[in-house]
Design a protein around this ligand. Structure first.
Ligand code: NAP
Length: 286
């Protein structure tokens, strides 16, 4: 049975991916930030799939120390139950914010959760991914377009705009996938971004308040059910051989911003490595 780790699996798109993959015979290791919500998600996934298909782990992915702890727990579970192999890592956890908020490491929260958490967790699970010729899937967004990375103030601490921070974090997801392919495709690992489209979830109503909360409440009414984007994640986990594209929408390749270059990906890797205290090139030799 192929094992898949899904972050942000307690609600919205991530929960639908967990249900769909478990139903289709994958073993799902779901991650959520809250233990009670993990238990609830486990019940939901178990109701629609065979017993023992899913297990949940609680970790606050805003904090690097929690990511390190989670990776150790996942590594041990994979060692015991999957011969140390991870077939796919879906970095889906994400948030929106209405104002400038930082993590305990001092990082802006949308940047920290939407991009850095996946950057750090992927690094820590690389050996297991390599063993399985695995796939890494970032939940991206069409909103990555029309922006560049603010290299001189990536946390936007000097002039914060919540939408700019969200768009930049999603551009970073695509750049990360690009950089992973540059580094590891020849070793059998493939990375992708999925654009879910506009989806009816509560993302803009959590820890946002005020204007962002109101705008999202109106905007999400026109969104699709989370079951729709979940199918694209299933496609990328099932397709053989591994698809060659980078960005996918509704099970098809989709174009992406001209900012998504190898040069920008290299720059982002250098920044991410410094912020997470990791060195991808060293891990490549592991
Ligand atoms: N909805 C859209 O239209 C849309 C469009 C493009 C991209 N996306 C992307 O899709 C992904 C999923 O979002 P969604 O719309 O499905 O929203 P959602 O329902 O709020 O799901 C977000 C998930 O991330 C988890 N999470 C939040 N903060 C966390 C933390 N500190 N540590 C660990 N997990 C945390 C949430 O846990 P809780 O269940 O406890 O809240 C939830 O499981 C995000 O990356 C988002 O940017 C969404």
């Amino acid at each position: 049975m192929r094992t898949v780790v899904i972050t942000g699996a307690t609600s919205g798109i991530g929960l639908e991916i967990a249900k769909l993959l478990a139903k289709q015979g994958f073993r799902v290791l779901g991650v959520g930030r809250d233990w009670d919500r993990c238990q609830r998600a486990l019940e939901i996934v178990t109701r629609v799939s065979a017993p023992g298909r899913a297990e949940f782990f609680a970790a606050d992915l805003l904090q690097q120390r929690e990511i390190i702890r989670l990776a150790e727990e996942l590594g041990e579970t994979l060692r015991v139950t999957a011969e140390g192999e991870l077939f796919a890592l879906i970095n889906n956890a994400g948030c929106a914010r209405g104002w400038y908020m930082t993590t305990e490491d001092g990082y802006e929260q949308q940047f920290a959760l939407n991009f850095l958490a996946g950057f750090s967790l992927t690094y820590r699970l690389l050996p297991q991914l390599k063993k399985a010729n695995g796939r890494v899937i970032m939940t991206g967004s069409k909103s990555h377009n029309g922006i560049g990375v603010h290299w001189n103030d990536v946390m936007l601490s000097r002039r914060y705009n919540p939408l700019t921070a969200y768009k930049q974090s999603k551009l970073c997801c695509l750049l990360f996938a690009r950089g992973l392919n540059d580094r590891y495709a020849h070793q059998g690992i493939r990375a992708y971004a999925v654009d879910p489209g506009l989806v009816r979830t509560d993302i803009g109503n959590k820890d946002t308040g005020g204007l962002v909360n109101l705008v999202w409440t109106l905007r999400k009414r026109g969104g699709a059910s989370p079951e729709i984007p979940a199918r694209t994640f299933l496609y990328l986990c099932q397709a053989e051989p591994a698809p060659e594209g980078l960005n996918y929408f509704r099970c098809r390749e989709r174009g992406y911003s001209r900012q998504v270059t190898s040069a920008n990906a290299d720059r982002l890797f250098a920044l991410g490595e410094r912020l997470c205290g990791v060195q991808y090139d060293k891990r490549a030799e592991a």
